[in-house]
Design a protein around this ligand. Structure first.
Ligand code: ADP
Length: 368
């Protein structure tokens, strides 16, 4: 005999519905359930508040209650957007426009669902909306602040760096032997260089986050770029007893991309490789791939644990490993790298084994 399937009595179905209603009405986010034609089936009080609607929305097309515009103030076809959603997606980039022309920044999450029970339930969508105007304006203020401060700090830091460098040079030439002064000058110089690179990262970061980074495409001679990098960092590497090697495929052709960003990305990899390697060598390589070039920087350094490998491209992430903490750093370099890589449609990859070393790879496609 088949087991009996418990049926909901009318009373418990009503109770169930009331529970559901009170649950979604207690939510701070706006919730709107739509049928397969993007018409409203269910919604909560927060949705009415955010959309600023004061009559029933049931059965109304979503288009008639919610007008979205994108970053460039272009209207977004919300019905089309919803009907084309195949998996749950969210965005923080749209704004809701009210009939009087006012707008707010909106967080939206659209999820295709089955409304009702089981497989036979009607197909539909659930939209979650939240007013993020305040958060967005705080983010913009923060980015503006970082941009102004990093810009203002550049000149004094450059002047201080120049003067300390000159003083070191004069002291060296003076023939005075005073290790105390020499070490103090070197320490001051190192710190000011660190400050300069941090300000540089912050400035690039704030421009990247404000979408203010222009991509200027030009022909890049990858061979020269790798050879140049190796020469520029040889002194720094040798000071730690490390050797820099190159592995350049002789058949490389000119690459069409942003020279500035490709160089900055590779520089970040090389400076990290030097920082996080205690003995051995660093290899900078370039190989042709279909429609682009793959660059890599590998080291024989401290390596990155499996769990940290997921996080190294996150903003401000630095490994807890004590050997990482022995070196100064901001945790911004690889985050900036990731932002720049996205701008030039490059793909990043990392292979690493703790205590054996790391290889950071970037595939740069030809643009245009
Ligand atoms: P920073 O070097 O300023 O800390 P990054 O964003 O450049 O910041 O790198 C983030 C973290 O990733 C580093 O703090 C370090 O833990 C890890 N990391 C990056 N490159 C390497 C490397 N070549 N070897 C080992 N660890 C690395």
């Amino acid at each position: 005999m088949l087991p009996r399937v418990p049926r909901l009595s009318t009373h418990s179905a009503k109770l169930e519905r009331e529970r559901l209603n009170s649950l979604i009405n207690s939510m701070a986010d706006g919730v709107i359930a739509l049928d397969e034609h993007a018409k409203v089936v269910l919604y909560n009080g927060a949705a009415l508040n955010i959309l600023d609607v004061n009559s029933s929305m049931t059965d109304r097309p979503i288009k008639s209650v919610m007008t979205l515009v994108d970053k460039n103030n272009q209207p977004v076809d919300i019905k089309e957007l919803i009907l084309s959603t195949k998996t749950s997606t969210s965005s923080r980039d749209w704004r809701l426009e009210y009939p009087d022309g006012g707008t707010i920044n909106l967080y939206t999450s659209i999820a295709p669902v089955r409304l009702g029970y089981g497989q036979s339930g009607m197909k539909g969508y659930v939209i979650l909306i939240r007013d993020i105007t305040r958060e967005k304006s705080l983010e913009e203020e923060r980015d503006e602040f970082i941009s102004v401060v990093s810009h203002e700090l550049r000149t004094p830091i450059a002047i201080a760096e120049g003067n300390i460098g000159n003083t070191e040079f004069i002291f060296e030439k003076s023939g005075i032997s005073n290790p105390g002064i020499r070490d103090a000058l070197k320490a001051a110089h190192d710190q000011i260089l660190f400050l300069a690179s941090m300000i540089n990262d912050l400035a690039t970061l704030s421009r990247a986050e404000r979408g203010k980074l222009a991509v200027e495409i030009e022909p890049i001679n990858a061979h020269d770029m790798v050879a140049d990098l190796a020469t520029s960092y040889t002194k720094e590497a040798e000071a730690k007893g490390l050797e820099i090697m190159t592995d350049i495929d002789p058949t490389l052709e000119l690459l069409q991309s942003s020279k500035l960003y490709v160089r900055e990305v590779l520089q970040n990899f090389v400076t990290n490789a030097i920082k996080y390697t205690e003995k051995g060598n660093i290899t900078i390589g370039a190989h042709p791939r279909k429609n682009g070039i793959e660059f890599y920087v590998s080291d024989t350094g401290i390596g990155i644990s499996k769990s940290d490998q997921q996080k190294v491209f996150d903003k401000f992430f630095r490994s807890e490993d004590y050997r990482t903490r022995q070196n100064s750093g901001t945790g911004l370099g690889l985050y900036v790298t990731m932002k720049l890589a996205r701008l030039i449609h490059a793909e990043l990859d990392l292979k690493s084994e703790i205590d054996h070393g790391s290889t950071f790879t970037i595939f740069i496609p030809n643009l245009q």
